[in-house]
Write a protein that binds this ligand. Sequence first.
Ligand SMILES: [Fe+2]
Ligand SMILES: [Fe+2]
Length: 295
Amino acid sequence: MGTATPLSPGETNPLHSLDEWEEDVLQRYPDPKSIAKEKDTEAYRNYEAPARDTVKEFYRLNHTYQTYAFVKEKQRNFLKFDKKEMPVWDAFDFLNQLVDDSDPDTDLDQFQHLLQTSEAIRRDGHPDWMVMVGLMHDMGKVLCLFDEPQWAVVGDTFPVGCAYSDKIVYPEFFEHNPDYSDERYNTQYGVYQPNCGLRNVDMSWGHDEYVYQMMKDSLPEEGLYMLRYHSFYSWHREGQYDYLMDDHDRDMLKWVKLFNPYDLYSKNPAPPNWTELKPYYQALVAKYLPPTLKF
Ligand SMILES: [Fe+2]
Ligand SMILES: [Fe+2]
């Protein structure tokens, strides 16, 4: 395949905002409840299909550049957590610097999405650690604020170091990835052992792995799986990669599946009433997290 050519800044980030990726995921996995009910046009307005070519270009970059070596390098760099340290509530403001300029009328900021996710979980009576998962699950998107390209922050995640599933969106773009023709990485198991367990598998680099590593001492195992694999759609939606899983992964899969609809289908144009909710969340965050977060 040869080496991929370096990208100019204009080519690096084809999406107008990170949300375009999630809107595209929503097109692929529409809310079964809204299909049944037939959504009114007002609700639809907020889920307009993103321009297909920007999303496609985004995946071309993601699939071309997420190599095994790239992932190892990002792990070395970011999992030292030596970039920044701040109080948890400042971290939400920090995350919100990711402004979306593509559609200011309809898009809520990152914190509103986190809060809508956590509130939907809370309304359904799930344990408070799962409410925490909802609140924190996209905190890893701060990677963008460390000048990481969009394709190394969002997008469906997948194992690197072994053959790619053809159930990953736009599988044809993997042909441009140098690992695709590298015999160390292009067999079914690649660098892994059969049923070695996902904990031994390196996933494409992005906000899932980063937030998991940030939270791994603070939440129960089920919640950590939700954080770590929430964008691994070829696993939790398409049932792929069973040959890498162990029994523990199979056991945890139901939790990842339980979380996913709250992430995808809780978006609502009306922002939650933060003043009312604030005391609950302050207590919750104080219960689970240390006073400061390291990035
Ligand atoms: Fe996410
Ligand atoms: Fe999300």
